[in-house]
Design a protein around this ligand. Structure first.
Ligand code: ADP
Ligand code: F6P
Length: 323
């Protein structure tokens, strides 16, 4: 393989830059020309390629986001869009492509792979919802951003004996909420994977106060049936009977904009190297991820056909620790 390209797609994740840097430098070490594709699949379809040399990726390691820009590209979901992308890859003489991104992006990489193009995916999304990697690039940094917010909210909640609901991202996955709940000491965690009755949440909060706590924090995943807004409305509609209200904080995109921590920089560097290794070995159509701290290659077909489940023991732990 003589010439490879790398792109970032979907929601940006802190650490993506470290992954790009590793792909570029490991690729050059393996005597390959490396091209960056700007704006994800949109850049692939539009032929937005630029050669990257070792010095072009200096000074990006410590920055969140993606210096290649990320994008959501509906056109790439169509056959026409994918044919245009393949045409551009051939125009630029690219022999292999690295796609850094989450669930949707790896559906796109699988589509290219099925059309015969050598692709390797790198597991990168703050949602941690990608089958094929225990943890994905960006999760750890996002969690630390969430924790900082939770710690601050706890201070003001305690001073006023208030109850807060904090909504975190994750799309349909409750991983961020669950882990933030454990690490932040939440009184209740609401995730899409477990059906939640708002009356039971009220019971949890009441019981926390009765046990002598001077605050209550509920962490809710954005994909839960009762997200922060709906939960707060329920509490406010039943205020007289329940006896308290919930103050709402929706953390939003601040969760994605953190400075990548050591864990994400190292994970991304390892996965960047692993992606180039897979291309060199000719083992393509795979996602590189981490399992039991080892680099693993999982066929994109498997990645796209399975759902990553939350560990039920961790779900139980969150409930026990809330007591
Ligand atoms: P993420 O990768 O963070 O989950 P998205 O779900 O938005 O983000 O997907 C990112 C991009 O991946 C989409 O804008 C689209 O270009 C591509 N993509 C998503 N689903 C598909 C699909 N079914 N077929 C081809 N490309 C897809
Ligand atoms: O996939 C990452 C993510 O941040 C999800 O947690 C969230 O639901 C979504 O992207 C938000 O997308 P956008 O940045 O397009 O608003």
């Amino acid at each position: 393989m003589k010439r490879i390209a790398v792109l970032t797609s979907g929601g940006d994740a802190p650490g993506m830059n470290a992954a790009i840097r590793a792909v570029v430098r490991v690729g050059i070490e393996a005597k390959m020309d490396v091209y960056g594709v700007n704006r994800g699949y949109a850049g692939l379809v539009g032929g937005n390629f630029v050669q990257l040399r070792a010095r072009d990726v200096s000074g990006i390691l410590e920055k969140g986001g993606s210096f290649l820009q990320s994008a959501r590209c509906p056109e790439f979901k169509t056959e026409e869009g994918q044919m245009k992308a393949l045409h551009m890859l051939r125009e630029y003489g690219i022999d292999g492509l690295v796609v850094i991104g989450g669930n949707g992006s790896q559906t796109g990489s699988y589509a290219l792979s099925k059309r015969g193009f050598p692709v390797v995916g790198i597991a990168s999304t703050i949602d941690n919802d990608l089958y094929g990697s225990d943890i994905t690039i960006g999760v750890d940094t996002a969690l630390n951003v969430i924790l900082e917010a939770i710690d601050r909210l706890k201070i003001t909640a305690s001073s006023h004996e208030r109850a807060f609901v904090i909504e975190v991202m994750g799309r349909d996955c409750g991983y961020l909420a669950l882990m933030a709940g454990i690490a932040g000491g939440a009184e209740a965690v609401i995730i899409p994977e477990v059906e939640t009755d708002p009356e039971l949440v009220a019971d949890e909060i009441r019981s926390a106060y009765e046990r002598g706590k001077n605050h209550a924090l509920v962490v809710v995943a954005e994909g839960a049936k009762y997200n922060a807004t709906k939960l707060a409305s329920y509490f406010s509609d039943n205020h007289e009977r329940l006896g308290f209200e919930l103050r709402v904080t929706i953390l939003g995109h601040v969760q994605r904009g953190g400075t990548p921590g050591a864990f994400d920089r190292i994970l991304a560097s390892r996965l960047g190297e692993a992606a180039v290794d897979a291309l060199v070995d000719g083992e393509t159509g795979v996602l590189v991820g981490l399992a039991n701290d080892q680099i693993v290659r999982t066929p994109l077909e498997v990645v796209n056909s399975r759902k990553k489940a939350l560990d039920p023991r961790v779900v139980k732990l969150a409930a026990v620790l809330a007591k």
